[in-house]
Design a binder for this molecule. Structure first.
Ligand code: FE
Length: 238
């Protein structure tokens, strides 16, 4: 089996959110799809280890915000690489409480829906929640971020808890260039928290770091654009 074939399935990048009592939480998900139109129904696949899973299990409601292409990686990092067990993800973002009482994330969202769970299926590591849509709307006409765009253009990574995670085999590296070919230090560094790779040839334009900036020249206050980890959480890619 070639698991890479599964990368050819198209997805989007969404925030699935829910609540438990007064607590709100949400997470990045890509496995969201419409299953019927009458009644309008969607299915989502959520990892049982995630706090959002616990919240949906109890409240039986969830909201989905479809993110735009321009969504900053730090925003995706907040919802995708941090746990609501450690922080309140809703503290500094714009959201509103929907008809179902689920929180609807509005920042960077082109559209949203909210649903009530009608069925669920245990699929091992994940639960497939099927929900009847009770409310949905378009917020802007911006383009939606596809999962492909997230990986190819934004350099995004997939956490192990994602429904579509596939373990990557280590790459076979070409031999290092001769000293005379090295222009500046182009060594790549990887975030130990989320797997993001800082590539000096790309820089980090979203944080004002121009292409060609070696890792060692990054300011001390620079943080991982995906998960917000400190510079000290990076290690050299060998
Ligand atoms: Fe990171």
């Amino acid at each position: 089996m070639n698991p890479k074939a599964l990368h050819k399935i198209g997805y989007g990048v969404y925030i699935v959110s829910s609540r438990k009592g007064e607590r709100l939480n949400g997470q990045i998900a890509n496995a969201v799809f419409q299953v019927t139109s009458d009644p309008p129904t969607v299915a989502i696949s959520i990892n049982k280890k995630n706090l959002t899973w616990e919240f949906i299990k109890e409240s039986r409601v969830f909201a989905v915000s479809m993110l735009c292409e321009g969504t900053p990686m730090t925003f995706i990092g907040l919802f995708g690489f941090k746990s609501g067990r450690d922080i309140n993800k809703f503290e500094n973002i714009t959201y509103r409480i929907g008809e179902t009482s689920a929180p609807i994330v509005l920042d960077n969202a082109v559209a949203y829906l909210e649903a009530r769970v009608t069925q669920e299926m245990d699929v091992g590591t994940h639960t497939l929640f099927v929900g009847q849509i009770v409310n949905a709307d378009i917020l802007t006409e911006e383009s939606c971020m596809t999962y492909d765009y997230f990986h190819q253009i934004k350099g995004g990574k997939t956490p192990k808890t994602a429904a579509t995670y596939i373990a990557e085999k280590p790459e076979v590296k070409p031999p290092p260039p001769l000293k005379s070919e090295v222009k500046g230090d182009m060594t790549k560094y990887q975030c130990k928290v989320c797997g993001y790779i800082y590539d000096p040839s790309q820089g980090d334009p979203a944080s004002g770091i121009t292409p060609g900036t070696p890792f060692s020249a990054l300011p001390d206050g620079w943080t991982c654009p995906v998960c917000g980890a400190a510079k000290s959480d990076f290690e050299e890619v060998k």
